[in-house]
Design a protein around this ligand. Structure first.
Ligand code: PAF
Length: 281
């Protein structure tokens, strides 16, 4: 496995692979890898001859007062996991390599990036779309793989790729969960034991809502039930609970007629957890 710290080094290797007729998949990550990331790597391996994983904690997608400084990091462990998984190359750049001084250009989707998590974290998705565009331009993959856990992020990236005619395919991979249902996230390690135990309320609410969605309940009643169920847990500080059209993220309130996605953002102490589930009536 090659470890690249510069854009030029990634480009050289990708050029060689392409010259040999090989296709390339990219798995963008912020590191501190877990089984969820490894599921993305497995999907990437099934989609292309070569797999590049990027590890970059992107400062542009963290707002003032957010957890950039405390975001968990362990590059040695990440590299060992990626080597074992058979990844071909890891792009592990510095902040200066990605954002040289003087940069002025950002990439921004509009409506999709300003709703839901975009309201809780203004500017977050602008940081994501800017760095993802840069990674696409640096690696020039045929396919890039993202988790469905960050459902809004996945919708925004698909929209950006369509809007800007980016020449690659986007693959979404279902959320990987702990045995008790908690969605895997690098941030889970920052939960206290008490909050870790309480955090199971997200997946429990989602799984129960999935069953209720089959009973003819309206979207607004289902949303109210999910919100109340989470708020009943004294450790859970509900930031948002929404039910949206699964394809467009448009608001829905009446009877569920098409697949809908339930999107949750819940704070436990200083840790913001998100989770989602697509439900079908
Ligand atoms: O999902 C993430 O880990 C990040 O938002 C991403 C896509 C790697 C961009 O920094």
């Amino acid at each position: 496995m090659q470890v690249f710290t510069t854009k030029a080094a990634v480009r050289d290797s990708v050029r060689d692979w392409r010259a040999a007729g090989q296709s390339v998949a990219l798995v963008p990550t912020m590191g501190y890898l877990h089984r969820g990331h490894m599921a993305l790597v497995e999907r990437a391996k099934a989609q292309a001859d070569r797999v590049v994983t990027s590890i970059f904690v992107n400062p542009l997608q963290f707002g003032p007062g957010e957890d950039l400084a405390t975001y968990p990091r362990d590059a040695d462990r990440d590299l060992a996991m990626l080597r074992d998984a058979g990844v071909d190359g890891v792009f592990l750049p510095s902040v200066e390599e990605v954002y040289p001084p003087g940069a002025q250009t950002i990439v921004e989707t509009t409506d999709l990036a300003r709703m839901l998590i975009g309201k809780l974290r203004p500017g977050h998705f602008r940081g994501v779309t800017t760095v993802v565009t840069k990674l696409f331009n640096i690696v020039q993959p045929d396919v890039a793989v993202f988790g469905e856990k960050d459902y809004q992020q996945l919708c925004i990236i698909r929209q950006m790729v369509r809007d800007l005619d980016m020449p690659l395919r986007i693959e979404g991979v279902p959320t990987v969960r702990e045995a008790d249902g908690l969605a895997l996230s690098s941030r889970n390690v920052r939960l206290t034991p008490e909050d870790r135990a309480a955090a199971v309320i997200l997946s429990q609410s989602l799984f129960a809502a999935e069953e209720m969605a089959k009973t003819g309940i309206t979207a607004s009643r289902l949303r109210a039930w999910v919100a109340a169920n989470i708020q009943a847990n004294p450790r859970a500080d509900l930031q948002s609970a929404d039910i949206r059209d699964a394809a467009t993220l448009a608001s829905i309130s009446g009877p569920l007629q098409r697949p809908a996605v339930i999107l949750l953002a819940v704070r436990f102490g200083k840790v913001l957890l998100i989770d989602q589930r697509v439900v079908t009536p």
